[in-house]
Design a protein around this ligand. Structure first.
Ligand code: ZN
Ligand code: ZN
Ligand code: ZN
Length: 454
């Protein structure tokens, strides 16, 4: 959001576009260095929150308050605070920071932070797991060999008179991929219920894995829990057909000196058994339990492959946040679904989620609030408690760095009182936004180089 035309004056612009004039004005101001430092401290955010105010600190002896920071000394008398969105469509700079955090979080759970490979042996057996949704009806798909979507006689039709075969060789990016062959045959409702219940299904699967591992070790579950702990980081990925798949890194920690030995292949077998067996209740139809699809992928990760596995999962994390055409915002009614630029399959999923959300017997699933995520109501990236550092810790570390950039000692934080007033969102001019955007692009380039070199 930019206040259009502010400071625009053709007489001094010499016919240059207003944005360029604004940018030139900014860089020639005496307080430009201060503005630039603040813009960098906000992570080059594209739509920063503008705050005015001050930070007070009490003198430990006298209790007297004195000002340790005030925006009165800043350019434009405001502090720019990063928007912290995860979506690149809203702010590429903050989304890049989120991506970086996701990588750190995933890698640190495998103890591969790029500098400390020697400690690889300290990490327990690890595995990479992909659990999928079952089929809810035939959809167009990308197939490699033969490159036919759904082979079969073209003459055969479903009860609605639509062909049940498709001999097109679709490309992975084809708009048709993921679309139901017959929208009237497709089981939209159970597809939405799967998304809504996938969190519970995962939770019960993890419990099931513990049980399987205890069996493999020949000990009781309670004994097992004293000696071993399963940690994970998981990412949900939306398929073109509008249902989620779960990709996860799993780590098995040995907590004591008990003589039982479990390795990555035990971990994989336990997951395979649990994923095949575990189901959760389907509130729509108690006779049809919610379960995983049969297309599971379970791989032990040898130490030398850990970094690749973490990077692979981080890619999914980023892809999910940017969303395969998913909606940014909660729906407030189902009317505006028609006007949105969405693939038909996803629009139908959102509409069905909204519809089911109106049913009194499904209130627990809160489907209207999550219709924009097609019924899925969790985070894109989650981790178990002991996996690694958290997003919160990473943010706190970054905040401390930003304060340091502003000349404030972050260690004094606990003694502060802030007085802030909200001034608005976004840069003051299109010129400022352009300067921030250029700085963000430069940063992103450096970050890419740094990551590729690691
Ligand atoms: Zn931002
Ligand atoms: Zn097809
Ligand atoms: Zn049909």
């Amino acid at each position: 959001m930019v206040d259009a035309g502010q400071n625009h004056d053709d007489a001094t612009g010499g016919g240059l576009p207003p944005m360029v004039v604004q940018a030139l004005r900014r860089v020639s101001r005496p307080d430009y260095a201060r503005w630039e430092a603040m813009m960098h401290a906000s992570g080059c955010c594209a739509q920063p929150v503008r705050l005015a105010g001050r930070v007070l600190q009490a003198d430990p002896a006298s209790g007297e308050l004195h000002v340790v920071y005030t925006t009165a000394g800043e350019a434009d008398q405001v502090l720019l605070k990063a928007c912290e969105t995860r979506r690149a469509t809203r702010c590429p700079a903050c989304a890049a920071i989120y991506r970086g955090d996701a990588r750190v979080l995933l890698r640190s759970g495998l103890d591969v932070d790029g500098s400390d490979q020697a400690s690889d042996d300290a990490v327990g057996p690890t595995a990479f797991v992909t659990l999928t949704a079952p089929s809810f009806g035939a959809v167009h798909r990308f197939a490699q060999s033969p490159a036919t979507c759904r082979p079969g006689p073209g003459s055969k039709a479903c009860p609605h008179g639509r062909p049940i075969a498709c001999v097109e060789p679709h490309e992975p990016e084809d708009a048709a991929v993921g679309e139901a062959l017959c929208p009237d045959c497709y089981d939209w409702e159970n597809a939405v219920i799967f998304n809504a219940r996938v969190g519970a299904l995962w939770h019960h699967t993890v419990i099931g894995v513990n049980r399987q591992l205890a069996n493999a070790a020949g000990i009781r579950v309670r004994m097992f829990a004293r000696s071993w702990r399963l940690s994970f980081a998981k990412v949900v990925e939306f398929q073109a057909r509008g249902v989620v798949h779960v990709h996860a890194l799993i780590r098995l920690d040995h907590l004591d000196e008990s003589p039982t030995v479990l390795d990555a292949s035990d971990l994989v077998s336990a997951f395979a058994a649990a994923a095949a067996r575990v189901t959760v209740q389907n509130p729509l139809n108690p006779g049809w339990r919610v379960r995983w699809g049969t297309q599971t992928d379970l791989q032990p990760i040898p130490p030398e492959r850990r970094r690749v596995a973490a990077a692979y999962l981080a890619k999914y994390a980023t892809k999910s946040v940017d969303g395969a055409g998913l909606l940014d915002h909660r729906l407030t009614s189902n009317h505006h679904l028609e006007q949105l630029d969405l693939p038909e399959q996803l629009r139908r999923m959102a509409a069905v989620a909204w519809e089911l959300g109106g049913r009194p017997d499904l209130q627990d699933l809160n489907l209207r609030a999550w219709a924009h995520c097609l019924g899925y109501r969790g985070h894109w990236l989650t981790k178990s408690r002991y996996w690694s550092t958290t997003f919160t810790e990473l943010r706190a570390r970054r905040q401390a760095w930003r304060l340091d950039q502003l000349g404030i000692d972050p260690d004094d934080r606990h003694r502060w009182v802030g007085e802030w007033s909200y001034q608005g969102v976004g840069h003051l001019t299109a010129g400022d936004a352009w300067l921030a955007g250029s700085a963000a692009a430069g940063r992103e380039l450096n970050r890419r180089i740094a990551w590729e070199e690691r």
